[in-house]
Each structure stands twice: as C-alpha cells, then as structure tokens.
Design a protein around this ligand. Structure first.
Ligand code: SF4
Length: 447
C-alpha cells in the first residue's frame, strides 16, 4: 500500500472495518489538534469578560490518579503518586477554582453541574475528598447545583467511602465496570476484579444515590460473543438506573498501540467495528426487552421520565464549563481551552497565581453550530427548528448532500423537520459525524 494511502487510513480509523489506531469517539469540535498556544490569550481574555446570565455554568474536575494504567487508556493518569503529592494537587485545584471565581466571567455565577472525572476520582480517600470539596465550595458555592457526577473504579470503594461520597452531594455515581470477566479485566490491565463490582454495587445502592450508572466497553482485548452476552445478563440482573456502553477504540498513546508498533501490526488485537456494533446492538435489544429506553448512542436508561443528564445536555447545548486540574478541558462562551497536560507545569503555574492553560481555540459561530449539531446527533434525533431558533440556520438545507447520502445508506430518516438516526446509524454515529465537519477538519488526527 502506498504510504500516502496508509496514512489516510491511519488517520481515519473509523472508515475501516478493522480496528486500527486512532480516535473514533467524537467528544468535541473543532478537533483538539486545532487548539494552540496562540489561542491561550483568547481564553484568558474571555475570563475578563462578563458572561451571559442565561448560560449555565459547570465545573469539570480531573482527578488523574489510578491504581493501574489500563492498556487501552489514553488519559493523563498517574499510578505512582504518594499522599503528599496528592495533597499538593488537591491544593492546586482549590487554588485554581479560587483564581477562576475571582474573574468577571465566573464571579457571582452559580454552578449548575459538577463532574468528577479522571483518572479515578474514587482513588481519593474519604478524607481527601472531604478536604477537596470543602475547599472548592469555599471558593465557589454549590447551592444551585442540580447534578454532581462522580466516576468510580469498583476496587477503590468501600462502604464508608461511598457513604461519604453521597454525603458530599454526589447525585450520579458512574461505576466503571467495563467487563464482568476476570480474565478480560486482567488482560486489559484493569485494576479491579469481578467480585469487587458486586460488592461496590451493593454499597452504592445502600448509600442511596439518586442515579447509579454502569459503564461497559464492547470489544476489550479477549472479548467473545459468549462473554459479552454474560456481561449484558449480569448488568441487567443488577438493574442499574443507566447503562453506558462504549465501543473500544485504540488511540495513539495507549499501551495496546505500543504493543502493535512493537509487533509491526496495523490492526489492533480487538474485535472489528461491525462486531462491536453488533455487540452494542445486542445489548440495546436486551436492555429494551428489560424495560430500558435507549437515550443516546451509548446510553440506556431505566426510568426515562425521571432521569436527567444535566452535564451532558448542558454541555452539548453550549453551556460554559470550567475545566480544572491537569489536562482538563473547558469552554468559555465559545472559547475552548485545555490545561497543562503534566503535573509539574500545572502545579507551578497555580503556585505563580497564573492560569495553567496551555492551548485554546476561539470558535466561530459556524463551528459552534457544527459542535452542537454533531454532539446532539448522538442523542439519535435532532429537531431542525431548535437550530433555526438558535443559529438562524436550517441544518437540513445546510447539510443537504451529506444527509441525503446517509439517508440513502439508511443511517438516518428525515421527516417533518426531524432528523432521526436509524438503529444502524446510531450504532456508528461517531463515524458519520465526520461528514458534518468543515472540510479542513475532516482528514486530520482527532487528538
Ligand atoms: S481507570 Fe480509567 S483513567 Fe484509569 S487507567 Fe483505566 S481507563 Fe485510564
């Protein structure tokens, strides 16, 4: 294969059936590779401006500690930090929130949603969490917060810690189960074992969280049809409020990719995309048969009428979000930013009382429209009227050709101003989203 052709395929892993290296999942727009150090002044400038009172404000907190690094992980995580390092990091996060709270963009605004992500937020002890939350609340009150989400690794939990997490105000607990089989968990270097899942789940139920979510990954190394079916059955037996299923992707900075390079192979040792889609489809069918509703390309919910995803919906509708902690992403009235990706420069910037932002991008109104459109398409249905009201653009006319192509491929249906993904389209929505990107953003590496 010519180098050029191979590069194109490497760049677009989502266009092939085999799982090759690269990002598939679209979490933001424009792609991160477009954000730059030249944009940092725009993010800092935005913090000096007053924000619109109508725009909700959220807080994302990155806790970058894990017991082990999973072979498929591409996040900034540390597995070697001691108590003092962690205390220094928590202090830095609290100071970062204080610096933000003093800026005109944030001052006097009320937080609507908070997300503890990572990494593993549940790696922190109950005392460390209480210390962190007390410091954060002093800097920026949580009185009006509607949802606090907290990601957990089952093996880091105990009954007392879960009770403490609940009493800190967490409303939505996201349990990173990923798989129920010990062999698959070990093969992927996951830190927990299956028995820890059941224990943690029971404690989470007794702690009384309004919403407990189970996360699964379809297509971990070693996954089989038989085992995947067991994962679905075990999940349904537990009756969580929501189930999130991601299809395994192999980004560049993962151990799996390093191993592929070492072995000089182009195709990852995981199921191909049609198989992963079939597995998610089987899971969705079983969940629906058990009373769940499919609420997005990744999520099934048990009580649709009572379940809200405040963080997701606010973010996808263009809410402002303060990204706090090492490598965190934030969004300030159309300006994307990301913090320093390593601990030392992050902490030292905060100690110098400056913002640890290392890359940013001011988006155009057109890019904001595309961002909202592609993110909301993940819900499975879009009302064109919403975009006419907000952006003055009829998205059905704007993307007539690409929508026609997807309609002919039976990925979408368009009726009465509604764009609706078919089940087949929903299962591969991230692959389809690239078709709505501006031409200059279509063929580039996503990270
Ligand atoms: S638990 Fe999550 S953040 Fe930590 S190493 Fe595994 S995938 Fe990465």
């Amino acid at each position: 294969m010519a180098d050029n052709a191979r590069n194109q395929l490497d760049i677009l892993p989502h266009q092939r059936d085999e799982t090759t290296v690269g990002n598939y999942f679209v979490s933001n727009y424009p792609p991160f590779s477009q954000w730059s150090t030249q944009g940092v002044g725009d993010a800092l400038g935005q913090l000096e401006c007053k924000a619109s009172a109508a725009t909700p404000l959220g807080l994302y907190l990155h806790i970058p500690f894990c017991r082990k690094r999973c072979h498929f992980c591409y996040f900034r995580v540390y597995t070697d930090k001691n108590k003092d390092d962690i205390r220094q990091y928590l202090d830095a996060m609290i100071k970062e929130v204080s610096l933000l709270a003093a800026k005109p963009f944030v001052s006097k605004r009320r937080l609507k949603f908070i997300y503890f992500g990572g990494g593993t937020p549940s790696y922190l002890s109950a005392m460390q969490l209480e210390y962190l939350v007390a410091g954060l609340q002093k800097a920026l009150p949580w009185d009006d917060v509607k949802e606090v989400t907290f990601e957990c690794e089952p093996g880091t939990l105990n009954e007392g810690k879960l009770a403490a997490i609940r009493s800190l105000g967490v409303t939505r607990l996201s349990l990173g189960v990923e798989n129920f089989d010990d062999h698959v968990l070990r093969t992927n270097n996951r830190a927990h074992e299956s028995k820890e899942i059941y224990r943690a789940y029971e404690w989470a139920q007794s702690a009384g969280f309004p919403q407990v979510n189970i996360d699964l990954i379809a297509g971990m190394v070693g996954e089989t049809d038989e085992n995947w079916q067991k994962c679905i059955d075990e999940t349904i037996n537990l009756k969580p409020d929501a189930v999130t299923i991601y299809q395994m992707e192999i980004p560049y900075n993962t151990t799996v990719f390093q191993q592929m390079q070492g072995n000089h192979v182009e195709v990852a040792p995981v199921a191909d995309w049609p198989t992963k889609r079939r597995w998610v489809s089987d899971a969705f069918d079983s969940l629906e048969a058990s009373g769940y509703a499919i609420a997005s390309a990744y999520t099934a919910i048990r009580y649709p009428e009572n379940t809200e995803f405040v963080y997701r919906d606010a973010l996808w509708n263009g809410a402002d979000m303060l990204g706090v902690g090492v490598s965190s992403f934030g969004y300030l009235a159309g300006v994307h930013y990301q913090n320093q990706a390593h601990m030392a420069p992050y902490v030292s910037a905060i100690e110098d009382k400056s913002f640890p932002i290392y890359r940013a991008l001011r988006t155009t109104r057109e890019e904001q429209l595309i961002r909202q459109f592609v993110l909301k398409l993940k819900l499975g249905q879009i009302d064109a009227g919403e975009f006419i009201n907000k952006f003055g653009v009829n998205v059905i006319d704007r993307w007539r050709d690409v929508l026609k192509t997807y309609e002919n491929e039976e990925m979408i249906e368009i009726k009465g101003g509604q764009i609706k993904l078919t089940r087949n389209g929903l299962l591969q929505v991230d692959r389809l989203l690239y078709g709505f990107f501006l031409p200059q953003h279509r063929g580039i590496r996503y990270t």
